[in-house]
Design a binder for this molecule. Structure first.
Ligand code: ADP
Length: 483
């Protein structure tokens, strides 16, 4: 009995153990499933974290890119000086891609060499002259030809390393980016010594910055063209204003100077027609030839010739006024050929044309060393001839004449002076003598045109003419011209 109980107990215990084992198995299975799930979740979590990190990095990079691009864009909008704008664009790009040095260069007209517009040696030292001419070769040439950014991450091993001039900074890696105007490469951005290596992301970004440089250069071209146009319009306005002033002067001359000879002609013609009427009457009522001859004689021999003479003088005056006007008109239309003029040669030639007059009057002529100037050779010749002609004409009677010509040079202008020891000009006439037909001395022949024409010529050149004088002692004419 005891044994049966014992066996039963053991069986019950076995069953209990089997049940517990099943439970443990079930628990183990549940644990395994759970830990598998957990593992899977963990893996998902890690990949999610990784993705998040990538997104964050991308975001950070995009943020830096946008800030750098914005800075470059702001420079274009904010500053007028294209060189300064390009410097800012370059530095924004350099910082973004992490290069250590670089340059911005423009290509020469023939696209063979590059002129450095801005050079940045960073922390390096460099003894190469900034204007050192550099040919397009290696990655630079490749970038120029392919019109795309090109990088070289192992520069010391490239064949181009030996072409570097002595004293040039060490180049570990380089990258060149072309920029263009009107679909033509006009320059290159260069970067060097990026820690690590240049990559395709740098290529993408530098391209965007090179577009900005193209815009800055293009804007500058437009600005320069606009400035030139404005300058041209201003010049045209000035010419128009001068033309208007000329026309006003001519109108004034027509109403005053041209009218007085016309009035004379009209007056004397009326007198002549009255005389002719008188002669007609005398002929109609003539009875005795002798008395007729006597009464006609003063009319035919004295009055008529006198009045005709007045008419001829007036006609001559009209003729000379009209031809003087024409001369001045033509002057306004002259196409100037401006060139550098050796004034020593020009004055020697002017003086040689007056050789006869100077010898005849035994005039001393002293010419100093003269600076050059810019102008139309024949017009400037005309001006100096007019003034020397006047110096000869308006000498003081009984005084040995002397003419001294000298010149000085400042930064933009050369100033010439022609001094005589003649009769001089009163202070209130110093401006008037440059007016058309103004003459203060009718004892000497002239048209009153020389100085008006000279003033016009000098002003057409953008220069000035003026006179200093002490009456009885002489005149000193000054002419300033661009040099
Ligand atoms: P023109 O000599 O034919 O009269 P210009 O225009 O050359 O005409 O000169 C205008 C006037 O200025 C002259 O009539 C003269 O009275 C005065 N003038 C010019 N040059 C001199 C001079 N060197 N000395 C004195 N008077 C002068």
């Amino acid at each position: 009995m005891q044994t049966i109980d014992y066996i039963r107990k053991i069986k019950t215990q076995d069953e209990e153990i089997a049940r517990q084992r099943e439970e443990i198995n079930a628990f183990n299975e549940a644990y395994r499933v759970l830990s598998e799930e957990l593992h899977e979740k963990n893996e998902n979590f890690q990949s999610l974290e990784k993705k998040l990190k990538t997104i964050e990095n991308n975001f950070r990079r995009k943020y830096s890119e946008n800030i750098a691009l914005l800075k470059a864009l702001m420079a274009i909008l904010k500053f007028p000086d294209y060189k300064y704008i390009i410097k800012i664009i370059y530095h924004s790009c350099k910082k973004l891609i992490g290069a250590q040095a670089g340059l911005v260069s423009l290509l020469t007209e023939d696209n063979i060499q590059k002129k450095v517009l801005y050079s940045d040696i960073g922390k390096y030292s460099c003894t190469v002259d900034g204007d050192f001419p550099m040919s397009l070769r290696g990655s630079m040439e490749k970038s120029y030809k392919l019109q795309t950014p090109v990088y070289e991450n192992n520069f010391p091993d490239s064949e181009w390393t030996e072409y570097l001039p002595k004293g040039h900074i060490h180049l570990q890696n380089v990258m060149f980016v072309p920029f263009m105007i009107e679909n033509k490469v006009c320059g290159l951005l260069g970067f060097a010594n990026k820690p690590g290596e240049f990559n395709d992301d740098d290529k993408r970004m530098t391209l965007a910055f090179s577009e900005f440089i193209s815009i800055a250069l293009h804007n500058n071209r437009i600005l320069q063209t606009l400035k030139e146009k404005v300058k041209k319009i201003e010049q045209l306005n000035k010419q128009l204003k001068n033309k208007n002033e000329d026309l006003e002067k001519i109108l004034y001359i027509m109403t005053h100077d041209l009218r007085s000879p016309l009035i004379n002609i009209h007056g004397f013609s009326t007198e002549i027609s009255e005389i002719i009427e008188d002669i007609g009457n005398k002929l109609a009522n003539f009875t005795n030839l002798e008395t007729l001859r006597e009464s006609l004689s003063p009319l035919l021999n004295s009055e008529l010739p006198l009045f005709f003479n007045y008419i001829f003088v007036s006609i001559n005056k009209l003729d000379s006024l009209i031809s003087a006007l024409l001369k001045l008109f033509r002057l306004g239309r002259t196409e100037m050929t401006v060139q550098k003029i050796d004034m020593n040669n020009l004055l020697a030639d002017v003086i040689s044309n007056f050789e006869y007059g100077l010898k005849e009057k035994n005039v001393d002529v002293v010419i100093g060393k003269l600076p050059s100037c810019k102008g139309d050779l024949s017009l400037i010749h005309q001006v100096f001839s007019n003034i020397i002609d006047n110096a000869l004409k308006y000498g003081s009677p009984g005084k040995k004449q002397k003419i001294v010509i000298s010149g000085t040079k400042s930064k933009n202008f050369s100033v010439f002076s022609i001094e005589d020891n003649g009769k001089g000009i009163s202070p209130n006439e110093r401006e008037k003598i440059f007016e058309l037909f103004y003459r203060s001395d009718n004892s000497v022949s002239g048209e009153g045109l020389g100085l008006a024409a000279s003033k016009k010529i000098i002003e057409m050149h953008g220069g000035k003419i003026w006179v200093d004088s002490v009456i009885g002692e002489g005149c000193k004419f000054y002419i300033s011209l661009n040099n």
